[in-house]
Ligand binder design. Sequence first.
Ligand SMILES: [Zn+2]
Length: 595
Amino acid sequence: MGLLGGGVLAAWQSRLHQDLSHETLWLATDRSLHVLFAGAMMGLLSSVGTLLLFSAARREQPGSTRVISLVAGGLSLVLAVPFFQILRADILALLPWTSGKLAMAALTVMLLGTAILILFRALDGKAAGRRDPVTLVPRVMAVGGLTLLFITGAGWAGLAPLNAARAGGRPSVILISIDTLRADRVGFMGYPRATTPRLDEMAAQGMVFENAISPAPWTLPAHVSLLTSQLPNEHRVRRVESRVRPDLLMLSECFRDAGYRTGAFTGGGYVSSDYGYKQGFQIYQDHNEGAEGGPGGIAQAALEWVRKVGGQPFFLFVHTYEPHGPYLKRDFVQSADRGRLTDEMIAGTVKSVPDPSAGERRYISDLYDGDIANTDRAMGGLLMTLRDEGVLAHAIVVVTSDHGEDVWDHDAVDVPRHGHTLYEEIVHVPLLMRAPGLLPAGTRVKTPISLIDLAPTLLGLAGLPPRRSMRGQNMAGALRAGQEPEVRPILSEAVRYGPPRFAWRRDGLKVILTPDPAPIDKNSSVIPDRLEIFDLIEDPLEQNILTAEPPAGSKSAISTLQGRAGLEQDNPTEADDHEQSRELKRQLRSLGYVD
Ligand SMILES: [Zn+2]
C-alpha cells in the first residue's frame, strides 16, 4: 500500500514536471525512487506498528509479551512519521499546480489504501494467536512487497554513486548572481574606481562580455529567465504573485538529470524557494542578509557545501542582494557630501530627502559603490578561496547580475531604483565567464548577448545536450574558439512597475516600444514615448530619441516588438497567484518592495 502511495505520487510529479517531454528521465527516476522508498517505508512501519498494537490489545496474551508488542508497535509508528513528512511535503508542493479532480483522485487512492491497510492489520492483530494456516496469497503479497521495498531502497541508495559516475569528468558550474549591479560600476567593465578588485582578477583569467543584457528589469522575472532561458513573456513569472511552474525546465534540473550535485544559496526574497526555484536543487538555502549583516553568510554556506561535495561535479547557484538598496557601506563617501541625509534615510526606513543636491546624490551613489566593494569581498573572496583550494581548475565560473539601477540617470523621483524602465543603466549587466582549459583567457566579447543565452551555453560547455524549451543561443562553440557569438536581436520585457514595455537591441541600435504609456507609474518621473529609438554608439546615455528619422533596421525591430506586445495582450493575466508567507513579505519590505 505504501508503495502504491509512493507510485501514485511519483506519477503525479512526473506529469506536472513534464519529464517525458523535457526528456529528464534520470531526474524523474531520482524523484520517483525518493517517494517510492518513503512510501514503502511508511507503509511497512505503520503496518507493523498497527499489527503489534492490536495484537497487544488482545486479553489472552501474557503481560510481558503485551508490553513488548506495545513498545515495538508504538516505536514503529513513530519511525513512520519522518517518511510521512517527506510524502506530505511533496504532496503539498504539487497541490497548487494540480486540477481539483486529479488531486482528489490521487489523495483518495492514497487515503483509501491507508484505511484498507489499517483495517487489515487490525483484523490480523485480533486474529493472531488462533494459528489459522497462512494461505498462499498473503505470503506472496508479503514476499513481493518486501522485495519491492528492497529494490526501491537499493535503487535509492545506489543512485547517488551512479550519478557521480555519470557526471564524472564533466566540469563543475558556479553561477553567481549579484543583484542590482549595473555594468558601468564594475572594474572589469571599465569603472575607474576600485570597486571589484577580486572579480577583476577572475575576469582577467577568463572572458568579459561587454554587452550582456538582462531580459527583465527586476529580480523575479530576470532570475527565472536566467535559469530557464526563456523571455518573461514565455515563462510568465513576471508579477509579484507569480511562481515558477513545475513544467518549466530549469538549468538546475538539467544538471541534476546529468548526475550533478546541485545546490543554491540565495538572499531569498524574489529568489527564495517560496517562488518555486527549488526544482532540481538538492539543497536550496535562503538567507536573510539584512539579519545576517551582509552576504558573508551566503558565501560561507556555499563554500562549506562545495567542500562537502568533494571532487564530484556540481552546479552551484549563488545569489546575493548586495548591492541592492538600502546602500550602507561607506568605503567611498565624502562626509561633506552628506547634506541632509540622516541615518534613517540611508537605512531606507525613512524616505530620502526631496530634491537632493548634487552632493547628496553623489553621497548615495558612493554608498552604492561601497556596497559593490562589499559584494566583491564576499563573492570575489569565495571565488579566490575556491581557486586556492583547486576547485576552479575544473570549473566554469559565471558572475553576472539580474539588472542594474537607475541612479538619477533617467528618473528623478524615488531613485535609486529599478524595474520601471528598460534603459541601459537597468538592462546592461556585467558578465564574466572563467573556465581554464575551456575558454581562452583575456578575451572580450563585444556582440550583445542576453542572460537567456547563459543556460544553453553552460550546458554546451559542460558537454550536455541542448534543451528544446530553451530560447537562448548556445554560444559554447564560438566562445571555446575565442570568437564572437552569432549576432541576434536581444529582447527585454517588463509588465510591472509601469506599463508593459518591450525593448529590442542589435549592435548599437535599440528600440523600446511602450504600446500604452498610460497609466504612468506615479512614483516615477519617467514618461516614456510610445516608441523610442536610440543609437547607442552615438548616444550611450539614451538622451536623443531618433523616431523622426529612424535608422535602418528600425522597421523590422518595431514589427518584432509589436509581435511581443501582441503576445502580452493574448494572455493578460497570470493564473498562478500565490500567497506570500509572512516571513517573505517582511523581507521584501526590508528590500524596499512595498507590495
Ligand atoms: Zn534584482
